[in-house]
Every structure is written in C-alpha cells, then in structure tokens.
Design a protein around this ligand. Structure first.
Ligand code: DQA
Length: 140
C-alpha cells in the first residue's frame, strides 16, 4: 500500500498561519505524525506540498500506477479548482479529502468543494488527527 499525501497552498505556513484556526503544528510536525502512523501500519508514504495549482495537477498525475491512495488537502484550491478535480478523476485513485478546519462552519465560499464530488471520504475540522483518520480509511 502506497499513499500520496498532498497539501495545497499556504499549508507550508502552518504553525505561523492563523494558529487559532489551523493550530500550532507545522506541516513537518503533521507529516511526522502521519509517517509514524504509516510505519506502524506498514504503509509506504510520500509527502508533497505546493502553492501552485499546476504543480498539484502534476503531482496527482505522477501518482498514476504508483499510488494506491491519495490524501489531499487542496486548501484554497478546494473551492475553485476544476483542474485538480479532473486530475483526480483522470488517475482514478481512491482519494480522501482532508481539511484542518471545519470548512462548513466558516465563510460560505468554503462550503463549496469541487474535490468532494470525487473523494470517497471528506474529513473536516479535526486538525492533524484528520490526516490520521484518512490513513485509517486505507488500512484494511
Ligand atoms: C483548509 C480550508 C480552506 O478553506 C483554506 O483555504 C485552507 C486550509 C483547511 O485545511 O482547513 O487553506 O483546507
């Protein structure tokens, strides 16, 4: 089992960025927690982060015939990107969408997610634990 964990724009600023909303953990802290959980469950994992929509499309395409699952927090692109949705549909790999904050209890524009129409599961508002729950979706 190999998982790609993909984080979108501004998530490299975790720890600094709006800690009251996103928490105090850095992306490195979160990736370390995920890695530990994956090792315990004999799962191979690769981490990616980009601030650029096209890069995220390239990362998703590179998962084709390589990854068994994708865990993605598309961040702001969640609410805008048909390109990311189309890339996920193109590679057709089981996908779990994760958001640190509860997007449904925030501004109206955050309630729209293009990726949700493809994702097998959406986890929102559980902070870093959301990524662990997403890994568990793939643990058989
Ligand atoms: C986010 C929620 C998005 O609305 C926002 O643009 C982000 C992070 C989250 O993890 O809560 O950058 O995806």
């Amino acid at each position: 089992m190999k998982l790609f964990i993909i984080n979108g724009p501004n998530l490299n600023m975790l720890g600094i960025r709006e800690p009251d909303i996103y928490g105090k953990l850095t992306l490195k802290d979160i990736e370390s927690k995920i890695k530990l959980h994956c090792v315990e469950n004999h799962i191979d994992v690769e981490f990616y982060q980009s601030n650029h929509e096209g890069d995220i499309v390239d990362i998703i395409q590179s998962a084709y015939q390589k990854a068994d699952g994708i865990i993605i927090n598309p961040a702001a692109y969640t609410h805008t990107s048909v390109a990311i949705l189309d890339a996920l549909k193109a590679v057709n790999i089981d996908t779990v969408e994760v958001h640190l904050s509860d997007v449904n209890s925030r501004e109206d524009f955050r309630k729209i997610s293009y990726v949700s129409s493809f994702a097998k599961k959406v986890i929102s508002g559980k902070g870093a634990e959301g990524y662990i729950e997403a890994v568990d979706f793939f643990v058989k």
